[in-house]
Design a protein around this ligand. Structure first.
Ligand code: NBX
Length: 800
C-alpha cells in the first residue's frame, strides 16, 4: 500500500491525540504503540473488507486450518512489513524521535501455542495470505498463553502469561457471529414418522462461543485472511438449572488456559471440552456463512470448503461435521459421510506413543452424547463394510473405538481423504511402520508435506542486516521468492560478499551478547562460536547430549588450561512442561553446569554456558540470527520435522545434527560438507529396538570419558545439584538410556571437533554459511502451503 511519510505522521499524531488526549511530548510507549496499531489497522481495514467481498463474490473454495494452538509472536512489524510500510513508518517515527523497535517491545508475544506445532500454524497463516491463498485459521482465544518461565536457583518456575492485560489492538470481537456449543445432558432419537431419526435433547449445558477475528495480511498483495479465535462466555438466557457460580466458573475456564504439555497426551475433561468447543463453534460459523450468506447447496459444500485437522486435537471435526450435516441440515448419512471425508484432511506431527490422543469412551459419552453416538455409528458401519473385504485383524487394528477408548488418530485418518507427515522421513515412517495398517487400507490417502517457515519473519524482520546485504549482492527478488537466494551461489568465492556475511553475523552476535549481559549478567566473547540449542525441553531432543559434551570440553580445559581451543558460548532456550519432572531436572543441571563453568577462572572466556529464560518467538528472533551453530540432535526417527533447523539455515547458521526429521532434507539441499552430521540412523535405531540389545551400562563402564562425565553428575563435582544429577545418571545407566544418548556420544564429539576445525578457517566457514542460505528456498512455508493447496485442499490463489 502506498503511504507517504507525511501522511503517516499526520495520521499518527492525530490518532495519538484522539485516542489518548495526549501529545508526543507526553505520550508513553504503551500509548504510542496503541495509537500506532490503531493507525495500521485503519490502513488495512479496507483491504480486509474488499478481500472478504471478493471471496464472497467469486465464491471460491476456502480452507480452514483448525488448530488448538497458534504461535504468532508479535504482529506490529510483521503487519507493517506485509503492508509495505515498515520503512516509511520507521522513518516517520524517527522524525518524532521515536525508535520503532522500542515501540515494538511493548507488544506482548501472542503465545497461545507450545512450540513447533503452534508456530507452524502461524507460519502457514502468513504464507497462505502471502501467496494469495484463501486459507483461514480457527482456534481458541486463551486468556492465558503459554506460561512465562523464570529461572530461580537454577529451577524453572512458571508464571501466568496474561497477555491481554493491555488489550489486543489487532483483534475484532464479532458478537453478532456468536454461536452456542452444548455439552452433556441426555439425547435420544425419535422417528419423525417419515423414517428419519431425529435427536432430542434434555438438560444440556450451553456455552456461548464468541469469535475474535485477527487479520492475516498478505505480503505486498491484496489478500487478508482471517484467524478466528473463540472465547467462551455464559449465554444471556440461562436455564435456571445452570444459574450457579460453578457453571459460570466452568464456562469461563473453557477458554482460560492453554495446556502447556507438548508431546504428551493429557486426558483431562477440560481439554476434551476445549477441543469440542472450538471445533463445533468453528464448523457452525463456516456452515452459517455458506448456507446463510452464500446460499450454497449444503450437499455441495465440499466444493467450497476444506477443513484441516492440525494434529488430532481437532479430530472431533469429523463427527461434529456429520452431526451438523445430518441433524441440522438434513443430509442423509451416506452423502454426509462422503462429504465429510472430502472436506477433512489431517496432519500427524509425532510418532511418540505418549503423545497419541485417546479418550475414554465413558468420558466422551457423558460429555458429548450425540457425538458419541455418531462415532459409534461411523465405527459400526465401517467395520461392517470392511470385514468381508479385508479381514478381522486389519479392521480390528484400525478401529476408532478399541479397548474402551476413542483413538483420535484413527478417527482423523478414517474421516478424511488425506493424512500427511511433516518431513520425508516422518511420512515414510507413518506409511511403513506407525500407521502401516491404515496405509494398507487407504494407500492413496498418505502423503508428505515437508514443513516450512515464514521466511519474511525469520529473515526480513529478524535479520534486517543480513537482508540488506543480500539485497546488495543479488537484488531483492528473493523477498518474494525465497528460491532466488540460489543466486548467492555465484558469490561463493567472492571475498567481499563473504566478508560482509561475516560482518553481519558478528553484528548480530554483538546484539545478542548485549542482551545476554542484560538478562543473565554474563559477558560473552563475540569471537567465540555461538552454539545454540533452542526448542522445548524433551528427553528425545537430547539437550542432555549437548550438556554432556559441554562437560567434556570443560574437563579437557581443566586438565590442560592452555589447550588450543576455539572459544565457545553455548546458548540454551527451553521450556519444560510443568508436569515433566525429568525435563525440569535437565534444566536445573544445565543451569548448574553453567554456574560452575562461568565462575571458573581457569577456563577464562574459552567456555561459557548461557540459559536464556522464557524462550519464545521474540527471543528466537534475537537468538537465531546470531548463531554460528544450531543443534538439531534428536534421536533419529523421533523429531517429526523440526522447524528451527530451517530458521537457522536461513540465517547462515551451520547445523550439527542427526539424520532425523527435516535435517535430512536440509543436509541434502545445503550440499555435502556444509553441515555436521552424526549419530545413529533411523534404521540402526529400529534395529536396536528389534534386537533389544542396547546396553548403555556397558558404554558407561567401558568408555572412560563417559564414565568421568556421568560420575560428575553424582559425585559433588557440580555444586548445587542434588537429586537431579542422580536422576539423570540413573536414567542413563540404570534405565538404559531410552534415547541412546551414550550410544551417540562419541560420534557427536567427533562432529563437534570437525566443526571446530572448520571454524578455524573463516573463509571456508563463511562459504558453508553462504551455501546454507543459498539453498534454503524449499524450506519457505510458501512452498509448503502451495503443496497443501494443490494436493490436499484444492484451493486456488488470487491473481493480483
Ligand atoms: O511439530 C512438533 C514436532 O515435534 C516437530 O518435529 C515439528 O516440526 C512440529 C511442526 O510439525 N510437535 C509439536 O510441537 N507438538 C506439540 O506442540 C503438541 C502440543 C500438544 C500436544 C501434543 C503435541 N498435546
Amino acid at each position: 500500500m502506498k503511504l507517504s511519510k507525511k501522511q503517516f505522521k499526520q495520521d499518527f499524531e492525530e490518532r495519538l491525540t484522539s485516542k489518548f488526549a495526549t501529545d508526543l511530548t507526553k505520550a508513553g510507549y504503551q500509548e504510542i504503540y496503541d495509537a500506532l496499531a490503531s493507525v495500521v489497522k485503519h490502513y488495512y481495514a479496507n483491504i480486509w473488507v474488499s478481500d472478504n467481498q471478493y471471496k464472497d463474490e467469486t465464491g471460491k473454495k476456502q480452507a480452514y486450518y483448525f488448530s488448538i494452538e497458534f504461535l504468532p509472536g508479535k504482529m506490529l512489524k510483521s503487519n507493517l512489513l506485509n503492508l509495505g510500510m515498515l520503512k516509511t513508518v520507521r522513518e516517520g517515527l524517527e522524525d518524532f524521535g521515536i525508535e520503532l523497535d522500542e515501540v515494538a517491545k511493548v507488544e506482548p508475544d501472542m503465545a497461545i501455542g507450545n512450540g513447533g506445532l503452534g508456530r507452524l500454524a502461524s507460519c502457514f497463516m502468513d504464507s497462505l495470505a502471502s501467496t494469495g491463498l484463501p486459507g483461514n485459521g480457527n482456534g481458541i482465544r486463551y486468556r492465558y498463553g503459554l506460561f512465562k518461565q523464570k529461572i530461580i536457583d537454577g529451577y524453572q518456575v512458571e508464571l501466568p502469561d496474561s497477555w491481554l492485560n493491555n488489550g489486543n489492538p489487532w483483534e475484532v470481537r464479532r458478537a453478532d457471529k456468536a454461536v452456542e456449543v452444548t455439552f452433556g445432558g441426555e439425547v435420544w432419537l425419535e422417528d419423525d414418522g417419515k423414517g428419519n431419526l431425529i435427536p432430542h435433547y434434555k438438560d444440556q449445558e450451553r456455552v456461548l462461543a464468541v469469535p475474535y477475528d485477527t487479520p492475516m495480511i498478505g505480503y505486498e498483495n491484496t489478500t487478508v485472511n482471517n484467524m478466528c479465535l473463540w472465547r467462551s462466555e455464559v449465554p444471556e438466557e440461562l436455564d435456571p438449572k445452570f444459574q450457579n457460580l460453578e457453571y459460570m466458573r466452568q464456562t469461563s475456564m473453557l477458554s482460560a488456559e492453554l495446556y502447556p504439555d507438548d508431546s504428551n497426551y493429557d486426558g483431562r475433561l477440560l481439554r476434551l471440552k476445549q477441543e469440542y468447543f472450538f471445533v463445533s463453534a468453528g464448523l457452525q460459523r463456516i456452515l452459517h456463512h455458506y448456507k446463510g450468506t452464500q446460499k450454497k447447496d449444503i450437499r455441495r459444500i465440499s466444493d467450497y470448503i476444506a477443513v484441516h485437522i492440525n494434529d488430532t486435537h481437532p479430530a472431533l471435526c469429523v463427527p461434529e461435521f456429520m452431526r451438523l450435516l445430518v441433524d441440522d441440515y438434513g443430509v442423509g448419512w451416506n452423502r454426509a459421510w462422503d462429504t465429510t471425508v472430502k472436506v477433512m484432511s489431517y496432519t500427524n506431527h509425532t510418532i511418540l506413543s505418549e503423545a497419541l490422543e485417546k479418550w475414554p469412551e465413558e468420558m466422551v459419552k457423558q460429555l458429548l452424547p450425540r457425538i458419541y453416538q455418531i462415532i459409534v455409528e461411523i465405527d459400526r458401519r465401517r467395520t461392517a463394510e470392511l470385514l468381508p473385504k479385508i479381514g478381522a485383524s486389519l479392521v480390528h487394528n484400525t478401529r476408532i473405538i478399541k479397548d474402551g477408548q476413542i483413538h483420535m488418530a484413527n478417527l482423523s485418518i478414517i474421516g478424511s481423504h488425506s493424512t500427511n507427515g511433516v518431513a520425508k522421513l516422518h511420512s515414510d515412517l507413518l506409511k511403513d511402520v506407525e500407521l502401516h495398517d491404515f496405509y494398507e487400507i487407504y494407500p492413496e490417502r498418505f502423503n508428505n508435506k515437508t514443513n516450512g517457515i515464514a521466511d519474511r519473519r525469520w529473515i526480513q524482520i529478524a535479520n534486517e542486516r543480513l537482508s540488506g546485504i543480500i539485497d546488495e549482492t543479488i537484488g531483492k527478488s528473493w523477498r518474494h521468492d525465497l528460491d532466488e537466494l540460489k543466486l548467492l551461489k555465484n558469490f561463493k568465492d567472492d571475498e567481499k560478499t563473504l566478508e560482509k556475511l561475516q560482518k553481519a553475523k558478528y553484528d548480530d552476535k554483538l546484539r545478542l551478547a548485549a542482551l545476554i549481559k542484560e538478562k543473565n549478567g554474563i559477558i560473552v566473547n563475540p569471537d567465540a562460536i555461538f552454539d545454540v540449542q533452542v526448542k522445548r525441553l524433551h528427553a528425545y531432543k537430547r539437550q542432555l547430549l549437548n550438556a554432556l559434551h559441554i562437560l567434556k570440553l570443560y574437563f579437557d580445559l581443566k586438565e590442560n588450561p592452555e589447550l588450543d581451543r576455539v572459544p565457545r558460548v553455548f546458548i540454551f532456550g527451553a521450556k519444560a512442561a510443568p508436569s515433566y519432572h525429568y525435563a525440569k531436572s535437565i534444566i536445573k543441571c544445565i543451569n548448574e553446569i553453567a554456574n560452575m563453568i562461568n565462575n571458573d577462572q581457569t577456563v577464562k572466556d574459552k567456555l561459557k554456558v548461557v540459559f536464556m529464560e522464557n524462550y519464545n518467538v521474540s527471543l528466537a528472533e534475537m537468538i537465531i540470527p546470531a548463531a554460528n551453530v544450531g543443534e538439531q540432535i534428536s534421536l533419529a526417527s523421533k523429531e517429526a520435522s523440526g522447524t528451527s533447523n530451517m530458521k537457522f539455515m536461513l540465517n547462515g547458521t551451520l547445523t550439527i545434527g542427526t539424520l532425523d526429521g527435516a535435517n535430512i532434507e536440509i543436509f541434502e539441499a545445503a550440499g555435502d560438507g556444509n553441515n555436521f552430521v552424526f549419530g545413529l540412523t533411523k534404521d540402526e535405531v529400529y534395529e536396536y529396538y528389534r534386537n533389544g540389545n542396547y546396553n548403555a551400562r556397558d558404554i558407561f563402564e567401558q568408555n572412560p570419558v563417559v564414565n568421568r562425565i556421568l560420575n560428575a553428575l553424582i559425585d559433588g563435582t557440580i555444586p548445587n545439584i542434588k537429586s537431579e544429577g542422580r536422576e539423570i545418571f540413573d536414567s542413563l545407566t540404570v534405565y538404559n538410556d531410552e534415547y541412546f544418548v551414550l550410544r551417540d556420544f562419541n560420534d557427536y564429539v567427533r562432529a563437534q571437533a570437525d566443526l571446530e576445525k572448520l571454524y578455524r578457517d573463516p573463509k571456508a566457514w563463511a562459504q558453508a554459511s553462504l551455501m546454507n542460505i543459498a539453498n534454503v528456498g524449499r524450506f519457505s512455508s510458501d512452498r509448503t502451503v502451495k503443496e497443501y493447496a494443490d494436493d490436499i485442499w484444492y484451493i486456488k490463489a488470487k491473481k493480483e
